[in-house]
Every structure is written in C-alpha cells, then in structure tokens.
Design a protein around this ligand. Structure first.
Ligand code: DSN
Length: 416
C-alpha cells in the first residue's frame, strides 16, 4: 500500500529496519531498557495520536473525547490496581516530567530537596545541578558508602542538617533493596514529604519482588518502559487526595499540554500484561538472571559493587583496573553486548569515562533467557574484560552472541 512507510519514506524505514536488526542481533543489557509487546506498540501507533484531550477523563477542554476518556480511565484504574494505591496520573510524557510535576506541585522554587547523588546511583532529576531539579530548587545529596550501600543513619544525619521539604528515594544504578520504611522515619523526623521514584524497580514492585513504596511514600513516580516493559512514558501515584489534586494541576496545565492519548492507551495495555499471573514469573526470572550474572562475574574475579544484587542490575567496578567503564562499554559493544558505562562509589575517573559498567537483565529476560544463558553471557563478558584489547576475540564473541540471540526471537510469541 502506498501509505506504508516503506514506500513513502524509505530513508526512515531503513533506520527502523536497522534498529530492529540491532536489537535482534545484539544482547541488550542496558538496565533501563526492555522489549515491549506488539499489542503495546499497536496502541502507540493507533489513531489516538490524532486526538487532543487537555484535561482529565470526563473533564476535558475539547469535544470528541469520549473514547479518550475511557482509555485514560482504564489506564488509571489498572495503575491503581497494580500498585495498590488510590490515585494515579498517567499523563506524564516521561519520568523526568513526572518528577518535575512532583516538585512543582509540592514545593516552591528555591526550597530544599534531598536526593541521591547522581554519581552514587541517583538520577538527574533528584537534584543534580545541571537538571531543572538542581537549578530551580536548593538541592542536597546523600550517597552510598564504599560498600555500595545506603547508610540510613547517615541519610538521617544529612536530613537533620539540611531540613529538606522533600526527600527523594529511588535510584538509577543501585543494586540493593530500598528500605522505604527507613526513609519514612527520616522524612517524619524532619517533617519532609517522602517522594519515591521507582522507575527502575517498578516491574519488580508490582510483582511483589521488591518491597512497595506504599504505604511509606507520600508520592511515587515511575517510568512505564523499564522493568514494567510498557510504552515509553511516566506516571505519578499517591494515596493522598490533596497531593493527587496538586499533581494533576502540576501536570496539566502546569507543565504539559495535551496528553499523548495513544501512549496512555498503550500504558493501559502494558498494565494489563503487568497484572497477569505470568508477570510474576517474569519478574522473578529478572532477579534470578541478575543474580546469576553477579555470581559468575564474582567467580571470575570481578568486583561487584555491594557484592551482588537484590534487583535487576549489577554494577561492576574497575577501580582496581587499568581500563575504564568507557573502555569496557566499547569492548562489550564490539562483542555484541550492549551495556552502559557508570560511575561507582569512590569514583576516580570523570563521569564521561567512569570506572564501572551497569548491566541489567530485564530485556534479555523478556526474550526468554534464563540462568543457563546468563551464565554463558556472564562468562563471555568476563572473557571480553579479561582481554579488553583483543579485537579479534571481541569479533568472535559477537558472532557467538548473535547465534545465541537468534534462538530467542523477539516478537514471535507473547512473553507474559
Ligand atoms: N536513562 C535512565 C537510565 O538509564 O537509568 C534514567 O532516566
């Protein structure tokens, strides 16, 4: 059909085909990435992309929203069921937008926030200086100890000194369980709002594979595309009606205009997968696979930050090595294994070079891989790291990884 992208725009069609090939042939191990389902992509590519629907379900500023209302209400209801909470806003275009809305709703410009240091595993939007969260608010940080773990007594001390209005907990590169109850105690001690950003662990939380931030956190944000494996986007949840009202106003008309109804419909489809019994099996496997990865790398002599993992990711430290995270990222890329360089506790190199890599299990678990495959892959990762300059070996491993990947075809069957 002449409407098809293949004939209408072959240039862009080619980039999409090439990206599909890349995702298929390489082993995707970036901890924040995943493969979503065809049904989710169908909703994202649907006619809802044509619809403006400023406002919220059944309270819109435009006509013709009757089906958009239904889709958004289904997404809200499923989100609340999934995380066992009372209110959800499914309109944030991203996790960063969701986090921006929390600050905008609950504090004034210049007021104090306390979040995890970016270089210790936090996120840009948790108060990092180059981000709006560090520019518009007075931001302070806590970090991890040299053992890679949060020291909650230290966070308490920092909070007492800083007296923040909001304490942010949650991370982008932290392999251990987050103790939301401890953060609640700290927030109560200083009279702060407790804000949990569970973008990385949401898929584990809703499966009962990581403790829930509810009932401890006042407000919770997540992305929908990481461990949740839904469409790219964000979401905000709370049990507090007053906070919910403020959040809704902060998203629209505060920060965003028309919601992306096609993405909201896709979020609803994603949540349906997350609510299925098969999701619990998937989430368990994500953890088991990350644990296997850590075990093998430790056995091969690699230094794993915090000595292992409780979730979907492993942080490998090269502080005691000649090569950097950047070198490891490039060598593994050449071997067909996609990871990202990452700072580690006690970092001595720049954030662009780093002394570590972050490796995640969600995407390959979505392809159906289990501990046996993770054992093979972890050994190949160690082979590459042991021979960081051996380009011929990297090329050989790339072919082996492509062959392994070909046994786990993406999109040939439902995953959950
Ligand atoms: N970019 C995401 C990650 O990789 O963790 C965070 O936004």
């Amino acid at each position: 059909m002449s409407y098809a992208i293949e004939s209408f725009d072959p240039e862009i069609f080619e980039t999409i085909q090439n990206e599909l090939e890349r995702q298929t042939d390489h082993l995707e191990m970036i901890a924040s990435e995943n493969f979503t389902q065809p049904a989710v992509m169908e909703a994202m590519g649907s006619v809802f992309t044509n619809k403006y629907a400023e406002g919220y379900p059944y309270k819109r500023y435009y006509g013709g929203c009757e089906f958009a209302d239904k889709a958004e209400q289904i997404a809200i209801d499923r989100a609340c069921e999934l995380f066992d909470c009372k209110f959800a806003n499914v309109q944030p275009h991203s996790g960063s937008q969701a986090n921006g809305a929390v600050y905008a709703a609950l504090i004034k410009a210049g007021e104090k926030i306390l979040g995890m240091d970016l270089s210790h595993g936090g996120h840009l939007t948790h108060g990092s200086k180059p981000s709006f969260s560090g520019k518009n608010y007075s931001s302070f940080t806590y970090g991890v100890e040299l053992d890679g773990r949060i020291n909650y007594d230290k966070v308490m001390e920092i909070a007492k000194t800083v007296q923040p209005k909001i304490i942010v907990c949650g991370a982008s590169a932290y392999a251990r369980e987050i103790d939301f109850a401890k953060f609640r105690e700290i927030a109560d001690e200083v009279g702060a709002v407790l804000f949990a950003d569970i973008a990385h662990i949401a898929g584990l939380v809703c499966a009962g594979e990581h403790p829930s931030p509810f009932p401890y956190a006042d407000v919770v944000t997540t992305t929908t595309h990481k461990t949740l494996a839904g469409p790219r986007g964000g979401m905000i949840m709370t049990n507090d009606e007053d906070i919910a009202k403020k959040i809704n106003s902060a998203i629209f008309p505060g920060l965003q205009g028309g919601p992306l109804v096609h993405v909201i419909a896709a979020k609803a489809v994603g949540f349906k997968y997350n609510l299925s019994p098969a999701w619990k099996t998937y989430a368990k496997q994500v953890k088991a696979n990350a644990t296997k990865l850590a075990e093998v790398l430790i056995a091969r002599g690699y230094d794993i930050v915090s000595g292992g993992t409780d979730n979907h990711l492993v942080l490998v430290s090269f502080l005691n090595k000649e090569f950097s995270g950047k070198d490891a990222d490039a060598a593994l890329g050449a071997a067909g294994i996609t990871v990202n360089k990452n700072t580690v506790p006690g970092e001595t190199r720049s954030p662009f070079v780093t002394s570590g890599i972050r490796i995640g299990s969600p995407a390959l678990t979505s392809r159906g891989m289990k501990e046996a495959e993770f054992e093979v892959i972890a050994n190949k990762i160690a082979d590459v790291l042991d021979h960081i300059d051996d380009h011929a070996l990297h090329a050989t491993i790339k072919e082996e990884m492509k062959a392994l990947a070909s046994d786990f075809v993406i999109y040939d069957k439902p995953i959950y």
